[in-house]
Every structure is written in structure tokens, then in C-alpha cells.
Write a protein that binds this ligand. Structure first.
Ligand code: ATP
Ligand code: MG
Length: 443
């Protein structure tokens, strides 16, 4: 893509309503445009990042046997009445009436809808286990939408729902999802920590939030520092129950909790003084076993291997896809702008033609651009006639992992400068090596 043709409405100054750095940078780099409080349009640069995050999540969920579906945003109220949550949900739920006066709502989550699908189509223990997920917009009329896309009213969530025969099977499913979440966040370039969360009325120990440490986070967590050293990408074998169990326990046994269930005495049982720490954090995911809560109230039964009709056991697993865009920026930026982790960057390489109009610079810039495109590298070419200084600032702001500079000096030396955004490391390469080098990194 050439910047002269790209819809990239960058701003010099962040609007004053943006209080946190991620919100400021998203507005300045033209990723989003607010349409009303907590509701945003995603412009090309922002939308590319959102799609990359989706794809990483999708691949990981598929790899543990998740099957993607798509449920609607608008749901009928009656299934929520059946589950008993229609009144409980209160003012966060956006309630709507259609022309025939039927009560509808914009889904804040999908437990009821998925339970309804399950009870209609699945009847036997032979259909289990089953893991269904979708990536869909949700609406919650948050009391205080703020921090840009991090606490929106309309937001994109990946939510999975698991169906198992009993607690034992559910535990294994829970563990698989837990480990899958660790890998998802690592692939997104984040160090996410699982922390034990309030399981609500169900009780038990099968509820974890996944958080990213960040000063602008809305949660407070207490944790054991050894958690920071565990490797989320270690390769567990998903077909082996014992290996999964061991891998899960390595993480789950570390004392790490959200502040609402923090217990000072327990924390001081479990964690040695030099490893105790606490931090502000952003919640990016939540995994949760809720047993037969919905299957009981909504009658989602299966016939087990003894011929008895039993309530199916369920869990749900959410990731805030749109919140992650903000969270990644909170986690990875400097005073010049965003620093995209490679896997989610909207483009991999930025080309800066520093002397637009000069025959050599134009020709070489175009050549590098075309060669990278052919090699399958996603590239954004600044072909405008802006000053060099403003091109530098703009490219740093939008945070692509690599920048290539083509200027008059290259004419003398035949070398082109490359800058790595995350480290500020700079080096020079001739045309062929430059193309090979960048192609290798991104393929
Ligand atoms: P929070 O405590 O932040 O309100 P939650 O407990 O209500 O989150 P869940 O119902 O578990 O959230 O939803 C799953 C995920 O969806 C969360 O982990 C978070 O990443 C994301 N999420 C929840 N609410 C919002 C929101 N208002 N804006 C953006 N993302 C959200
Ligand atoms: Mg909430």
C-alpha cells in the first residue's frame, strides 16, 4: 500500500478526551474514530490489527478442536428469561423491541443462545466433548465507557463454550483452553499471566482471568514472581491427559489472584517474601467452568452411557479481541508511538522515500516496494512529498516493526538503511540482501 492512496487520517495531537496512552495513539494514528460513547468505527490501519488478532486466536482455538460458528448479535429475550438472567443483567443490557412488540436484546454474551443450540441438536454422550466458538460484537451499556476500545460499550469478543459429560471431562477441557490461552497471548507478543478469579456462585477453582501487567490497568492482582519465568509456548501434547495436567498445574499452582479474592494470610503460606508482588493489570481473557447452571435451567440434557438423561456440563472462555488492540499498545509503545509486535503489526515494513521527486530515490523506493510485495511481505510505502522529519515521526507513530530509508546517500553507497522499531537498531544493506533479509524475517 502507498501512503498517498491509503486512508490514514493521522492527527498531530490526541484529542483531550483520550486519557490513556493507547487511546491517544490509536486516535493519532488514525486507527479508530469514535461514533458515540464507547462505540467506534475501525479505520483501515486499526481494522488490519483487529483481523490479525482474530486470526491468531482462530488458529489456536482450531488447534485444540474448537469449531467456529457465528451467532447473531441480536437475541430473543425469552431464552434469557428461561435462564433467569433477564432481570439480573440490569442496565448493562441493551433491550430492544421489534415492530411486533417482541422483546429482543443486543447480546452481551452468548451462554443462553449456545445452550439453546445445544439442546436442539445434541442428545448423546457420543456427541461430547464439544467446543464451539465465535468471534462476534457484544454490547454492554457500561456505566463508564472509557480508555478507548479497552472499555467500550460495543466490543469484539471471542467466546467459546464447552460441553462435557461430567466434571472430570470438563476439567480436561478447561485445562486445554487455559494452555491454549497462554499460547494465544504469547503469539500476540504479550506476557499474559493467569490469575485465579472469583468463580461467582458456582464456586470451585476453575475460573481464571488472563491479565497483562500495565499501569493503566483497571484490575489489581497479587502474584508470585516465578510466574513471569514460565514458558507459555512449551509444546504440550494435547492427546495426553497427564501431560496436559502437569503443564496446567505448573501455572495454576502459582499463587496469583485478583484483588477481590486476595487473602493476605494465604498469600504469605504459599509465596516466599522475595517472590511476592502486586500490580495493576488489564484483563484480556477469562476462562470459566460453570457446570450445569444453564443446562439445568434451560433443559440441555444428554443421555449418558447408562441410558440416563443428565445435564450437560459447560464452561465458557472469553477473549476481548478489540480490548487487546489497546492492551497491546499499553504494553508496547515508547514516547514516539506504537511498537507493534511482529505478528499483529498492520504492515511489516515501512518504506520511506526521503527525497520524493528525485529520479533515483523514486526508482529505488518503487523497486524495493515491488520486490517486497512479490515476496509476500506486507509493506507500507511513504511515497508522499512530506518532509523527511515528518515521515520519520509518522512511521514511528504507527509503529511498523521495520523501516527502510531511501535517500540521496544511498545513491553514493548503494546501501539502504534499515531500522528496527522495537530496538532502534540501525544497519545498512544492499538491495538484494535487503529483500532477502526482510523476506526471511516475515515468511
Ligand atoms: P471487566 O471486568 O473488564 O468488565 P468482564 O469480567 O465483564 O470484564 P467477561 O464477561 O469475562 O468480562 O468478558 C470476556 C472478555 O471480554 C474480558 O476478559 C475482556 O477482555 C472483554 N471485555 C469485557 N468487557 C469489555 C468492554 N466493556 N470493552 C472491551 N472489552 C471487554
Ligand atoms: Mg464487565
Amino acid at each position: 500500500m502507498k501512503i498517498s492512496e491509503f486512508f490514514l487520517p493521522t492527527l498531530k495531537e490526541a484529542p483531550s478526551e483520550a486519557k490513556v496512552i493507547s487511546h491517544q495513539l490509536m486516535l493519532r494514528s488514525g486507527m479508530i474514530k469514535q461514533s458515540s460513547a464507547g462505540i467506534y468505527s475501525w479505520l483501515p490501519l486499526g481494522f488490519k490489527v483487529l483481523k490479525k488478532i482474530e486470526d491468531i486466536i482462530r488458529k489456536e482455538q482450531d488447534s485444540i478442536g474448537g469449531q467456529e460458528i457465528l451467532m447473531p448479535t441480536i437475541q430473543p429475550a425469552d431464552i434469557w428469561v428461561e435462564s433467569g438472567r433477564y432481570e439480573d443483567y440490569g442496565q448493562e443490557m441493551l433491550r430492544i423491541k421489534d415492530r411486533s412488540n417482541r422483546e429482543l436484546l443486543y447480546g452481551p454474551t452468548n451462554e443462553e443462545l449456545i445452550t439453546d443450540i445445544f439442546r436442539t441438536h445434541l442428545k448423546s454422550y457420543k456427541d461430547l466433548p464439544l467446543l464451539l466458538y465465535h468471534i462476534q460484537w457484544k454490547f454492554r451499556d457500561e456505566l463508564r465507557p472509557r480508555y478507548g476500545v479497552m472499555r467500550g460499550r460495543e466490543f469484539l469478543m471471542k467466546d467459546s463454550y464447552s460441553f462435557d459429560l461430567d466434571l472430570e471431562q470438563s476439567r480436561l477441557t478447561y485445562q486445554k483452553n487455559f494452555l491454549s490461552y497462554l499460547r494465544i497471548f504469547a503469539r500476540l507478543g504479550l506476557k499474559a499471566l493467569p490469575v485465579k478469579a472469583n468463580p461467582g456462585p458456582i464456586g470451585g477453582d476453575l475460573s481464571h482471568e488472563f491479565v497483562i501487567l500495565a499501569p493503566n490497568g483497571e484490575s489489581d492482582i497479587f502474584f508470585d514472581k516465578t510466574l513471569l519465568e514460565l514458558d507459555p509456548l512449551s509444546k504440550e501434547n494435547y492427546s495426553d491427559k497427564n501431560i496436559i495436567d502437569k503443564a496446567y498445574n505448573k501455572w495454576a499452582q502459582c499463587y496469583s489472584v485478583t484483588d477481590d479474592i486476595y487473602n493476605e494470610k494465604e498469600y504469605n503460606q504459599f509465596v516466599s517474601p522475595e517472590n511476592r508482588t502486586n500490580s495493576r493489570a488489564i484483563e484480556v481473557g477469562h476462562v470459566f467452568y460453570f457446570g450445569t447452571k444453564y443446562s439445568k435451567s434451560m433443559g440441555a440434557n444428554i443421555i449418558n452411557n447408562k441410558g440416563e438423561s443428565v445435564n450437560v456440563h459447560m464452561g465458557s472462555y472469553g477473549i476481548g479481541v478489540s480490548r487487546l488492540v489497546g492492551a497491546i499498545i499499553e504494553y508496547s509503545h515508547d514516547d514516539k508511538g506504537i511498537i507493534w509486535p511482529i505478528n499483529v503489526a498492520p504492515f511489516s515494513v515501512g518504506i520511506l522515500n526521503l527525497k520524493n521527486g528525485d529520479e533515483y530515490c523514486d526508482r529505488m523506493s518503487e523497486l524495493i516496494y515491488q520486490n517486497l510485495l512479490i515476496a509476500g511481505v506486507e509493506v507500507l510505502y511513504d511515497d508522499t512529498s512530506e518532509r523527511a522529519g515528518s515521515k520519520f515521526a509518522n512511521m514511528d507513530l504507527i509503529g511498523l516493526p521495520y523501516q527502510v530509508f531511501i535517500g540521496l546517500k544511498s545513491k553514493e553507497t548503494g546501501l539502504f538503511e534499515i531500522k528496527e522499531r522495537s530496538t532502534n537498531k540501525r544497519y545498512f544493506l544492499a538491495l538484494d540482501s535487503l529483500i532477502n533479509h526482510l523476506t526471511e524475517i516475515f515468511n
